[in-house]
Ligand binder design. Structure first.
Ligand code: G1P
Length: 304
């Protein structure tokens, strides 16, 4: 039996962020710019996700990228020329904002090559992650830093071992957009034991309206299962299918639990959600919010 600190979940330090998708829903904006770089207010969407990982103590971030994703690497690197220009101008505030993204975490990158699905993207992390539990954060879901979901999931992994997914109740009409979970309560109000998972079921097939939102804390045992996982929904290797195999057989790498999230989540996955996320986040910003909210309410009252 392995008894290393990391194996029991205490030393969780690694985050994996799949970012190889083509972002076709945002064409033509994403023709030459990765969708992860689209601004949400004034920061690229992906920076919120890396900030969330860093905020949960994950200091080592591996991004799974692909062709045309170089701007991601540049964004999390230093930009000495720009820093010097701002320093010469004495613009300390902007200098801080430029340096923020390069100081968040130690960044690593690996290319997915063939985009064969989310499960395959996570499998690309195996050599870097090794035999440690790790977190996976999907870039289309932004979680409000005031509702720290990932820290809670790491705690749950520490308590129960195995793997942990983030779940949220959604309108049954929407469940076909998500992985759906069948789950039983535990003695913790916000934690359920997951017994079944189905990727993007119809409303009739769905085991419940508990949807996986894009946060996972995974036992490294998932890699062996992913290697054996055949293409599923959409002909892709699905992370949900590998988690289903874990949930069905605890002897593989421990149980699967879900943290039921009741906090603020901003979806940036399609154009409508993306616009809503920007408006909601802009309204909450201390610097921009008061003026923007006032404008927005006048706009809604007078123009709509
Ligand atoms: C992925 C997962 C799905 C999950 C969703 C959360 O789907 O496959 O199980 O519910 O992320 O955002 P995608 O939205 O990438 O199609």
């Amino acid at each position: 039996m392995t008894t290393s600190r990391s194996r029991t979940g205490n030393g969780l330090t690694k985050a994996v962020i799949p970012a190889a998708g083509l972002g076709t829903r945002f064409l033509p904006a994403t023709k030459a710019t990765p969708k992860e770089m689209l601004p949400v207010v004034d920061k690229p969407a992906i920076q919120y996700v890396v900030e969330e990982a860093a905020g949960a103590g994950l200091s080592d971030v591996l991004m799974i990228t692909g062709r045309n994703k170089r701007p991601l690497e540049d964004h999390f690197d230093r930009n000495y020329e720009l820093e010097q220009v701002l320093r010469d101008k004495g613009d300390a505030a902007k200098l801080d904002r430029v340096q923020e993204s390069s100081d968040l975490a130690t960044m690593h990158y690996v290319r997915q090559g063939d985009p064969r699905g989310l499960g395959h993207a996570v499998l690309c992390a195996a050599p870097h992650v090794g035999d440690e539990p790790f977190a996976v954060l999907l870039g289309d879901d932004l979680i409000d830093p005031r509702d720290p979901l990932l820290a809670r999931m790491i705690e749950v992994r520490r308590r129960y071992g195995g793997s942990v997914v983030a779940l949220m109740e959604v309108d049954p009409e929407q469940i076909h957009l998500y992985g759906a979970a069948a789950a039983k309560p535990t003695e913790d109000d916000d934690v359920v034991n997951v017994s079944d998972l189905v990727e993007k079921p119809s409303t009739q097939e769905a085991p419940s309206n508990l949807a996986i939102i894009g946060r996972y804390v995974l036992d490294p045992g998932i890699f062996d299962v992913l290697r054996r996982t055949r293409p599923g929904r959409g002909g892709e290797i699905q992370l949900t299918d590998a988690l289903q195999a874990l949930a069905a057989d605890e002897s593989l790498s421990g149980p699967v639990h879900g943290v039921v999230f009741g906090g603020r989540r901003y979806d940036t996955g399609d154009r409508g959600d993306y616009l809503r996320a920007i408006v909601r986040l802009a309204c909450e910003r201390e610097d921009l919010g008061p003026e923007f909210r006032e404008w927005l309410s006048t706009f809604v009252n007078e123009e709509m």
